[in-house]
Design a protein around this ligand. Structure first.
Ligand SMILES: [Zn+2]
Length: 201
């Protein structure tokens, strides 16, 4: 009898495990690679560093201070926490994006010939602080005061999450030309940045 109870119990527990779903990240299968993937100030830059716990995610850094990989990993966790809180991730598309994204950090802003501001108004020849380059790669300026919470990292990750989920990164944000980005996405970014600031990042 006791044996049966134990079996039923462990089956129940298993179901509980599998239902925890997309928020479970902390597989450390690649830990040997992660451990050896470190920024080395004596080697030439830029350098590519893997982001622990996010499978093949990586960053290209212009120096070892921009940014240490534990800070980027924490930012990814915060982003996913906020994304799932607001929008869920039933098909794991956003998790999948985070597990293969490459963030290229820059030390100076760029000029974009054309684009849209957050309200969807078009502009030309503007300074920009981030840009999605491909399905898996984004360039992000290091941010005001060299703080990740003052960078466009979360903004660009929202573009990439939308592309992973719906096939379009929605370049005009809250504008109506392209679909996907809503005011809730803008609020989510603000809250995620606030979480980063709790860590002085
Ligand atoms: Zn944008």
């Amino acid at each position: 009898m006791l044996k049966k109870v134990v079996i039923v119990f462990s089956l129940l527990l298993c179901f509980t495990c599998s239902s925890t779903g997309p928020s479970v990240f902390l597989s450390n299968e690649n830990k040997a690679i992660y451990k050896s993937s470190v920024c080395d100030p004596s080697k030439p830059f830029p350098q590519m560093i893997l982001i622990p716990f996010f499978e093949n995610a990586s960053q290209i850094v212009p120096n070892c201070k921009t940014y240490p990989k534990h800070e980027t990993a924490l930012a990814f966790f915060i982003f996913y926490h906020k994304w799932t809180e607001y929008f869920g991730d039933r098909d794991y598309a956003v998790r999948g994006m985070l597990e293969k994204v490459m963030v290229q950090w820059g030390t100076s802003k760029k000029v974009s010939k054309k684009g849209y501001n957050i309200k969807g108004e078009p502009y030309e020849n503007h300074n920009i602080i981030g840009r999605v380059e491909t399905d898996t790669m984004t360039w992000v300026w290091q941010g005001y005061d060299h703080r990740m919470s003052q960078s466009a990292l979360f903004h660009e990750l929202v573009h990439m999450a939308l592309r992973a989920k719906y096939g379009s990164a929605d370049p005009d944000h809250e504008g109506l030309k392209y679909r996907g980005w809503t005011p809730a996405h803008s609020v989510m970014i603000i809250e995620a940045k606030q979480m980063l600031r709790a860590f002085n990042l």
